[in-house]
Design a binder for this molecule. Structure first.
Ligand SMILES: O=C(O)CCC(=O)C(=O)O
Length: 282
C-alpha cells in the first residue's frame, strides 16, 4: 500500500474509533447523568429521565393482564416471584433502558435475583409498611438495588411508593418487628424509633417511568383505596461481586418468618460472576 493510502486508512480508523467512543459515552450519559448519580447517592433513589416508551408500556399492560389470568391470581397486591412463575418476565428486567441505569450504580457485573408485582387494585388495599429491603435479604456484602417500573399512572392519590430520602446513607440495617396482620403486604415493619425526622417523599411515576432505590432506603406505601389501580413491576439487581447466600436465606426464614428466598434463580444479565460463588444462569 502506498504511503498516502496508509495515512488515509489510519485516519479513517482513528475517526471510526473516536466516533465509537463518543457513541458509548452518549449511551452511558443517557442512562444516568453524573448529576442524577449524585442525587441517587444523596437520596438513595432516582427516577432516570429515560423511561420505557409507550409501545413498551402497552405491551407490559397486555402481558400483565394475560399473566394474571393465566396464573389465576386474584389478589396481586404482592406477587413476589414473577420470573419463577413465568421466565419471560426476565426480558423486561433485562431491557437496556433499565440495565444501563443500574450499571451506572452497581457496576457492569449484574445479577437479577428477584422480581415482584405490586398491583394494588384500588379497593380494599393493604399498606406496604415502612421497611428496609435488606433486612431480610441473604446477600453479602449487602449491596443491591431495586427498579420499580410504573405500569399505570402512579401518584399520591393511588398510593405510590414513599421514601425517606437519605435514610440509606449510614448503611445501617435497623431493627424491625414482625407483624402478621392482613392489613399489610410484608410482615417486617421498621420499629417506629427508626423513622427518621426527614419527611417522606412520594415517588410519583408516569407509565413507563421507573425509579431505582438502594437496599438500605426506608420506604413504604399507604393502602390504595382510590378506585384506581396502581401496578408496579419490580426487579432486584445485585453486583456479581456479592454472594447470594442460600443457607442464610433458610436461616432468615426460621429466624424472621420471612418469605423463603433460598431457591431463587440467579440470572447473570451482564458481565461475569466476580464473586465466583453464585450459581448463576446465563
Ligand atoms: O410498591 C410497593 O408497595 C412496595 C414496593 C417495595 O417495597 C419494594 O419494591 O421494595
Amino acid at each position: 500500500m502506498c504511503a498516502k493510502c496508509t495515512i488515509v486508512k489510519m485516519l479513517s480508523t482513528i475517526r471510526y474509533d473516536h466516533s465509537n467512543v463518543q457513541l458509548k459515552e452518549t449511551k452511558m450519559q443517557a442512562a444516568l447523568t453524573s448529576e442524577e448519580l449524585k442525587r441517587y447517592r444523596d437520596d438513595g433513589i432516582i427516577i432516570p429521565r429515560v423511561g420505557l416508551g409507550i409501545d413498551a408500556v402497552a405491551a407490559l399492560r397486555h402481558k400483565l393482564d394475560s399473566f394474571l389470568s393465566e396464573q389465576g391470581i386474584t389478589d396481586a397486591d404482592y406477587v413476589p416471584d414473577i420470573i419463577e412463575r413465568d421466565p419471560s418476565w426476565l426480558k423486561i428486567g433485562s431491557m437496556p433502558e433499565i440495565l444501563d441505569a443500574v450499571e451506572k450504580i452497581i457496576g457492569e457485573d449484574i445479577i437479577i435475583w428477584g422480581s415482584a408485582l405490586f398491583c394494588k387494585a384500588g379497593k380494599g388495599g393493604r399498606a406496604t409498611p415502612w421497611h428496609q429491603d435488606g433486612h431480610y435479604w441473604p446477600i453479602r456484602p449487602l449491596e443491591t438495588v431495586t427498579a420499580w417500573i410504573a405500569i399505570d399512572d402512579v401518584n399520591s392519590e393511588n398510593s405510590c411508593l414513599r421514601v425517606i430520602p437519605g435514610s440509606h446513607r449510614d448503611r445501617v440495617s435497623y431493627s424491625h418487628d414482625v407483624d402478621n396482620s392482613d392489613q399489610i403486604i410484608l410482615n417486617q415493619v421498621l420499629k417506629a424509633e427508626h423513622l427518621q425526622s426527614a419527611p417522606p417523599r412520594d415517588i410519583e411515576l408516569a407509565p413507563g417511568k421507573f425509579s431505582i432505590h438502594d437496599v438500605y432506603l426506608i420506604h413504604g406505601a399507604n393502602p390504595n383505596n382510590s378506585g384506581k389501580r396502581r401496578a408496579g413491576l419490580v426487579f432486584r439487581y445485585m453486583p456479581a461481586s456479592s454472594y447470594f447466600d442460600r443457607q442464610l436465606a433458610t436461616q432468615q426464614v426460621k429466624e424472621l418468618g420471612v418469605l423463603d428466598l433460598s431457591r431463587r434463580k440467579l440470572f447473570l444479565v451482564r458481565g461475569t460472576d466476580r464473586s465466583g460463588l453464585n450459581d448463576v444462569q446465563q
